[in-house]
Design a protein around this ligand. Structure first.
Ligand code: FAD
Length: 267
């Protein structure tokens, strides 16, 4: 989903980015976890896991989120290979395949309907023992031909195009691929450390220039969203756009501060 990089592996994408950065003498890449950050009189101090400290006038957080999974044998190791979380990332590639959706919540019900509408006439919703779907949604699933299996799932086996969902009672379901909307949480506690406000879903609150609620701290990519977005829009293109927007704003603020320029009042 990144023009000129279709089908690239994430590691290849990152390697190209690193190689391009290496051409800029003003950029230093440090292979170290940032373990703590705090405001100081002149800006911020970031402590790294290797024991060193860095000072900065501004901070751009880009630490992402991590996916969390229910305890189902074989699920985690198949994530991204034949277990997918996002129909925009893997829907086209799943076209025409028998699909399953794992999850008993409203979002999983809607995801099943969406996949049935866009990509496959054979979709089974596996609620994993948590049948809490509203009647109306159940009726829509029935009308759209989405079968619902309510018994708990114990394991996922196999590979893409030959995947097996194993149920607690011993029965099995053969599928081409499985979709599961993972729960997500912040990868790092740095935003919280710095006092940045977050939404209930855990995303860091930002404005349209990627500014968090703490002046001088910006955030880009999966970890943050604006109040007007119902959830984080987690795509590489959008993360890159966030980063560009933040960079322009940060550079502009630094320049104006150094040059002592006060913007005229806007009407
Ligand atoms: C299976 C899967 C398939 C996907 N497919 C697509 C796709 O086809 N197209 C698409 O556009 N998007 C896709 N996405 C989404 C895409 O991967 C994310 O939107 C994107 O990676 C977000 O970038 P990010 O920089 O915000 O976060 P990340 O990519 O998560 O990067 C954050 C980085 O920060 C590092 N980090 C975290 N904490 C610290 C710390 N304290 N100190 C130092 N470093 C730290 C992490 O190690 C990581 O390297 C997919 C996601 C998944 C899980």
């Amino acid at each position: 989903m990144y023009l000129t990089r279709d089908g690239f592996s994430p590691s290849e994408f990152r390697a190209i980015g690193r190689a391009e950065l290496a051409a800029y003498g003003t950029v230093e890449v440090r292979e170290a976890e940032a373990v703590a950050a705090k405001a100081t009189a002149n800006g911020f101090e970031v402590r790294l896991a290797d024991g060193t400290r860095e000072e900065a006038r501004k901070i751009l957080l880009a630490t992402g989120q991590v996916d969390t999974f229910p305890a189902i044998d074989g699920l985690v190791e198949r994530f991204g290979k034949c277990v997918f979380h996002c129909p925009f990332c893997h829907g086209f590639e799943s076209k025409g395949k028998p699909l399953a959706v794992l999850g008993g919540d409203f979002v999983s019900g809607v995801l099943s309907l969406y996949l049935a509408d866009r990509f496959s006439a054979d979709v089974v919703l596996c609620t994993n023992g948590t049948a809490a779907l509203p009647k109306e949604l159940m009726e829509k699933l029935r009308t759209r031909g989405v079968a619902v299996r309510e018994d708990p799932v114990t394991a996922v086996r196999g590979v893409l195009d030959d995947l097996t969902v194993v149920f607690e009672r011993g029965s099995e379901l053969r599928r081409g691929a499985l979709f599961h909307k993972t729960a997500i949480e912040q990868h790092s506690a740095l935003a919280a450390d710095l006092g940045c406000e977050s939404f209930e879903d855990g995303c860091v609150r930002i404005d349209e220039f990627q500014q968090t609620t703490v002046p001088g701290v910006f955030a880009s990519g999966d970890l943050a969203r604006q109040a007007s977005f119902p959830e984080a829009l987690t795509f590489v293109t959008l993360g890159a756009a966030d980063g560009a927007r933040a960079a322009i704003k940060i550079d502009n603020e630094l320049f104006r501060a150094d040059a002592d320029i006060t913007p005229p009042a806007t009407r």
